[in-house]
Structures are given as structure tokens and as C-alpha cells.
Write a protein that binds this ligand. Structure first.
Ligand code: FES
Ligand SMILES: [Fe+2]
Length: 385
């Protein structure tokens, strides 16, 4: 059953005009239409900060990671002076992409004809170019991309006017100061592609309402709806918290951590830093997802995590963390099942958004954020025109 064309931005405008007490899930077109995705790419991913991972994973000179941000291939490189640099990942010869995935290198060598760049993006050399009279290697420099580090996270943006990450997220820093996010080391990192819209996965992370059911086979039994707290969000992020059972030792604050008091020592924060960095932060370990759309029906996932450095000298922890990673993998399989089912469902003709639980407060705030960004972007475009 094909629906008549509905303007997805207009549908979201009507949806987000409701107060939280009467809110419904976002309309299906917001997830399924290329038209809406184009708006997101232009007004959100091309404008906001995007997280490419953890700074400690890029510690050595020559360590790099790559991403595609709103259609622009970007590389982030630790240069010889220890600075992180964002650079265009497009060769200045016949425009191949240069580096792929994550790794470590002494120079950036194009895989097509071996034009070779220094870690700062200047051209070091190019084979068989001496007979072209116009060619001068000193005139070639990979364009720079803004890159910032914040509490151990590495972000890039294509927007010269974006305010600094630390400014946008200062309230997050205050709220979780006792966890000291800088003091965690990444132990695993993977990239995945799932067949669902990026927002379905982001929203799945934002609510723990699904834990007892979707995760019945793993962590569901440990998750009590009454232990979940979902306060209203703020302009740049939303969050909720869960109290963890004392039995999961690596989720508790280590005795070296004297900053966290009382129940905070077993509190897990689920932070959704807009648009798409999702962090599960426990006093002992953390894991994260950084999402980018790959078309309306696919999401590219950067998935990493590790332990607080407070546990570094604890001999049992390595095994405990490996057990946790195995559990996370099982939990992820369940989330994949649920989020791919949601995408199939909302792509169907009879899909209609139902009311939200009070435990889906962050989802409501996320919808408000999306609408605000698109309106802001459209107004800026209209002013230019
Ligand atoms: S495209 Fe990079 S060297 Fe030719
Ligand atoms: Fe889940």
C-alpha cells in the first residue's frame, strides 16, 4: 500500500509540536525518505561535530583514522609534533581516497599512483612528474579539517563556524566530572554496518525501556524499569541513568576513585551527544557507538570501549573485561535484531507512530533537536538566497 507523498520535515514539525505528555514516536518518513536524509546531511552532519573515536587509540605519531562525513572523506592523523590533525582524505592528483580504516603509517601514500604526503598533509613527492612544467610539489597541501579533542574523544567538523566541542558539551563535562572520561583506555574497536536507519539505532540507545524484553536473553533480567531515571535533555545532548547491581564489579567505581560518592559509584550514564555519539559510561568501563547514515536504510557504526585506568593494575580485570566484551557482542546481536525489525516495520504502508513511555523522554528530546537543527539550517539557507 503506497502512501501519498508526505513532506517528512512537515510531518516532523507536527510531531514535535506536541508536549511530551502527549508525544508519539517520530513519523516513518523521517526514517525512510532520501529527502529527509538529505536534510540531515546538509544541516546536521555537515554542520555538527562528529566523533571518530578515542584519542588514546591515536597516540603514536603516524596513527590515523578515517571517516566519511556528509560525503566528505576525512582522515585524522597524529603528526610528528604530537598534534591531531584533520585533513581531507582525497588525493590532489586524480582524486582517489588516500587512507582507509584505522592504522599507523610513516607517510600518506596514495594507493593509485603513489603521490606521497607528509603527516601534516604537505606533498613529499610524486613519481614521474618532472616533465610537467606547471607541477610544483610545494603548492600541494591536503586541505585542513577542524579537529578537536575533548575528554579523550576526537571530533571533526566541516563547519568553520561551529562553536568548540568543549563549549557545546560543558554541561556533560560537569555532570560526569567524577568519572573523568579522559582516564579510560580503549581496548577494542570495530566498525559495522546494520540494515536500519541511524536514528533507529540512536533511539534504541537512548531508552532502556527495551532492556527487559529485547535483551531477555542477556542483561534483561538485571534491568529494572524502576531503576531508570530519564530527565529532560539539554540542547546538545540527552541522557538517562541506571543503577547497576553491585555484583558486576567492573561496572563499579574502583577504590582509587574517591571522586564518586554513594549511589554514583554504581550509576551508569547513557549519554547521547548529538548528533550521533552514544556513550555508556560506568565508573569501571565504557563503550560507545558513533553513527553515520549510509543511506536511509543503513547505518555505519564505530564501536569501541575499554576500562577505566583505575583498574589498570587489577589482575582479574583483563578476564572480566573479556567476559564483558563477549556479553556486549551478544547484547548487540539482540539490538541488531530489534532495530532491523523496527526499520522493516516502519518502511511498511501501515506504519503509524504510537505514544511514547515516560522512559522514552530522551527520544522526545532527540526529535526536538533534529527539528531545531533542520529549521536552523533551512533559515540560514533562505537568508543566503
Ligand atoms: S590519484 Fe592519488 S596518486 Fe594519482
Ligand atoms: Fe539494547
Amino acid at each position: 500500500m503506497a502512501k501519498d507523498h508526505i513532506d517528512p520535515v512537515e510531518a516532523l514539525r507536527q510531531n514535535t509540536a506536541q508536549p511530551f505528555e502527549q508525544a508519539r514516536a517520530m513519523p516513518p518518513e523521517v526514517y525512510t525518505s532520501q529527502e529527509f536524509l538529505d536534510q540531515e546531511l546538509a544541516h546536521i552532519f555537515a554542520k555538527d561535530w562528529f566523533c571518530v573515536g578515542r584519542a588514546d587509540a591515536l597516540a603514536e605519531p603516524g596513527s590515523y583514522t578515517t571517516c566519511d562525513l556528509a560525503g566528505q572523506p576525512i582522515l585524522v592523523m597524529r603528526d610528528r609534533d604530537g598534534e591531531l590533525r584533520g585533513l581531507s582524505n582525497v588525493c590532489l592528483h586524480r582524486m582517489s581516497t588516500l587512507l582507509h580504516g584505522r592504522g599507523k603509517t610513516r607517510a600518506i601514500v596514495c594507493p593509485y599512483h603513489a603521490w606521497t604526503y607528509n603527516l601534516d598533509g604537505s606533498l613529499r613527492g610524486a613519481p614521474a612528474m618532472t616533465l610537467n612544467e606547471g607541477f610544483c610539489k610545494d603548492q600541494y597541501q591536503l586541505p585542513k579539517v577542524r579537529c578537536e579533542e575533548w575528554l579523550g574523544w576526537v571530533f571533526v567538523t566541516l563547519n568553520q563556524d561551529a562553536s568548540p566541542v568543549a563549549e557545546q558539551l560543558s554541561q556533560v563535562a560537569e555532570m560526569v566530572a567524577g568519572y573523568d572520561m579522559t582516564n579510560y583506555t580503549e581496548a577494542f574497536y570495530e566498525e559495522h554496518v546494520w540494515d536500519t536507519n541511524w536514528k533507529v539505532l540512536a533511539e534504541n540507545f537512548m531508552e532502556s525501556y527495551h532492556l527487559p524484553v529485547c535483551h531477555a536473553g542477556t542483561i534483561g533480567g538485571l534491568s529494572k524499569l524502576e531503576d531508570m531515571v530519564c530527565p529532560p535533555g539539554l540542547p546538545a545532548f540527552n541522557y538517562h541513568t541506571i543503577l547497576k547491581e553491585e555484583s558486576l564489579k567492573i561496572a563499579m567505581a574502583h577504590e582509587k576513585n574517591t571522586r564518586l560518592k554513594g549511589d554514583e559509584r554504581r550509576t551508569t550514564y547513557l549519554l547521547a551527544l548529538y548528533p550521533s555519539l552514544l556513550i555508556t559510561l560506568t565508573p569501571g568501563y565504557f563503550w560507545y557507538l558513533s553513527l553515520h547514515p549510509n543511506g536511509p536504510g543503513q547505518v555505519h557504526i564505530r564501536f569501541g570501549g575499554g576500562m577505566s585506568n583505575d583498574f589498570a593494575d587489577d589482575p582479574e580485570v583483563e578476564q572480566n573485561f573479556q567476559d564483558l566484551k563477549a556479553l556486549l557482542d551478544d547484547v548487540n546481536i539482540e539490538d541488531r535484531g530489534c532495530t532491523e525489525k523496527v526499520f522493516r516495520g516502519l518502511s511498511s504502508g501501515m506504519a503509524e507512530p504510537g505514544h511514547l513511555s515516560h522512559l522514552e523522554r530522551p527520544n522526545y528530546d532527540f526529535a526536538q533537536y533534529l527539528m531545531a537543527k533542520i529549521v536552523e539550517g533551512q533559515e540560514a539557507e533562505a537568508q543566503k538566497a
